[in-house]
Design a protein. Structure first.
Length: 380
C-alpha cells in the first residue's frame, strides 16, 4: 500500500517563524508576514499538488479563516488536490453539513475530505453559541455523523437524539464519491466515536510507543464494532540535505520564541480541556531543554502553538526512516506542515518523497503513465 501524504494550508498566516494559535490561543504576529490570501494559499496548494501530496488540511477556529469558504475558493485554482476541511458539528445542522459536502464534491470533482473536530475549549465554543460540555459535544458528534452518513446514502432520516433532532431529512443529490471522515481525540469517548463512525483516526505526533498504544486502542474498539479504521498522524517537518542543516533551522525557530510569548501561550494551553493537548504539553513541560523526545522528533513547536506541536527534524534520509518507523506501527497517512509552508513543501516533496518512492513505499498519486516509445519501422 502506497503511503498517503497531505500538506497544510496556513489560514492563520505564514512566516519563516512559527505562527502560533489554536486551542484558545491567538495567532502570533508572525502570521502577518504572509497573510492568508487566496493567492498565497493557492500557491501553496498548487505546489503541494505538483509534489504529490493528496490533500491539504485546513484548520478551524476563531484564530484562522473559515475553512469551508477558503477551500472552496482555493479549489478553483487547483486541479486534483483534495481539501481536508476541519469543521465543528456544533456550528451547523447535520442536514446542511451533508448538503454542503455534497455540493463541494460536485463543484470540485470529488475533492473533499472532512476532519471532524469536537472543540476542546468550552470558552471558544460558547463564543459561537455552543454551550455543551466536552463529553456532550462528543455524544453530539456521534448523532451528527449518524445523520450525515445516512443522508449521504440517500436515506430519509428521522432522528430524535439527545442533542440533535431532524425530521424527514433527505438530500436531493447525494455526494459522489462520499467524503471520507477524519477524526482525532484521546479521551475514552473519542475512541468510541472513532470506532463507530470514522474512516481515518488521526493522532498528533507523539513518540512511536505512545502512538502504538493509541492505534491498538482504537483498532480494538473498531473490531468490536465490526469495522476497520485507517490511521494517520499530524506532524510538522524540518528536513534538509544534512542533519546539521535541519537542526540549525530548528534552533533558529527556537531562538525566535519570545520568552513572554512562550509563557503566555503555555499558561493558556494549560487550561485546555483537550486530553490530546495535555499530552502535547507533557512532551516538553514548557521547557526549552530536552526537546528531542525521540530520535528526530522535536517538541519545540508546541512551546508557542496549540494543537500539533512536534516536528520531524533531520536529513531527508533520517526523516524517511522515522516515517517508516511510524508506518510499521500502522500509520498510512501523514498530515504535514512546516514554516514557511511553501518552501517546506518543496524541501519535503523533493527530498523525502523520492527516497520513499525508491523503496516502494510511495508513488506520485497524479503521475501520468509514461508514453510508449515510438516504434521505428525496420527497413533493410
Amino acid at each position: 500500500m502506497s503511503l498517503t501524504f497531505h500538506w497544510f494550508l496556513p489560514t492563520n498566516g505564514d512566516s519563516r517563524h512559527v505562527v502560533g494559535g489554536g486551542h484558545g490561543t491567538p495567532a502570533t504576529a508572525f502570521g502577518r508576514n504572509r497573510p492568508p490570501t487566496v493567492a498565497y494559499l493557492s500557491q501553496i496548494a498548487r505546489a503541494a499538488e505538483d509534489l504529490g501530496f493528496v490533500g491539504a488540511l485546513t484548520p478551524t477556529g476563531a484564530w484562522c479563516e473559515d475553512a469551508w469558504l477558503t477551500t472552496a475558493m482555493v479549489s478553483q485554482h487547483t486541479e486534483r488536490l483534495k481539501f481536508l476541511v476541519a469543521f465543528r458539528p456544533g456550528f451547523v445542522s447535520p442536514t446542511l453539513a451533508a448538503q454542503m459536502a455534497s455540493t463541494f464534491q460536485r463543484q470540485t470533482g470529488g475533492r473533499l475530505l472532512l476532519n471532524v473536530v469536537t472543540g476542546g475549549e468550552s470558552h471558544e465554543q460558547r463564543a459561537y453559541g455552543d454551550f455543551l460540555d466536552k463529553d456532550a459535544r462528543y455524544r453530539r458528534i456521534g448523532e451528527f455523523l449518524q445523520i450525515v452518513r445516512d443522508l449521504w446514502e440517500g436515506k430519509t432520516v428521522d432522528l430524535a437524539g439527545e442533542h440533535l433532532q431532524v425530521e424527514d431529512a433527505r438530500l436531493a443529490r447525494v455526494p459522489d464519491p462520499v467524503p471520507e471522515v477524519y477524526f482525532g481525540g484521546s479521551s475514552p469517548i473519542a475512541g468510541e466515536i472513532a470506532a463507530r463512525h470514522v474512516d481515518v483516526y488521526l493522532t498528533w505526533g507523539e513518540p512511536p510507543a505512545q502512538v502504538a498504544e493509541k492505534i491498538a486502542w482504537v483498532r480494538g474498539l473498531a473490531e468490536k464494532e465490526g469495522r476497520s479504521v485507517r490511521f494517520g498522524i499530524r506532524l510538522h517537518v524540518i528536513t534538509r540535505d544534512t542533519s546539521e542543516q535541519a537542526w540549525a533551522e530548528a534552533h533558529k525557530l527556537l531562538d525566535g520564541f519570545d520568552p513572554e510569548t512562550v509563557k503566555s501561550v503555555q499558561a493558556g494551553l494549560a487550561r485546555s480541556e483537550s486530553e490530546g493537548q495535555q499530552r502535547m504539553l507533557a512532551l516538553h513541560g514548557g521547557s526549552r531543554d530536552g526537546l528531542e523526545i525521540h530520535p528526530n522528533l522535536w517538541a519545540g513547536i508546541g512551546l508557542v502553538r496549540g494543537g500539533a506541536g512536534t516536528a520531524l527534524v533531520g536529513s531527508h534520509d533520517e526523516v524517511a526512516e522515522r516515517i517508516k518507523e511510524y508506518h510499521a506501527l500502522g500509520i498510512d497517512e501523514f498530515v504535514l506542515s512546516g514554516y514557511p509552508h511553501l518552501e517546506e513543501a518543496y524541501w519535503f516533496g523533493e527530498g523525502v518523497l523520492p527516497r520513499l518512492a525508491a523503496q516502494g513505499l510511495w508513488q506520485h498519486p497524479f503521475a501520468k503513465p509514461a508514453a510508449p516509445s515510438a516504434q521505428v519501422p525496420f527497413t533493410s
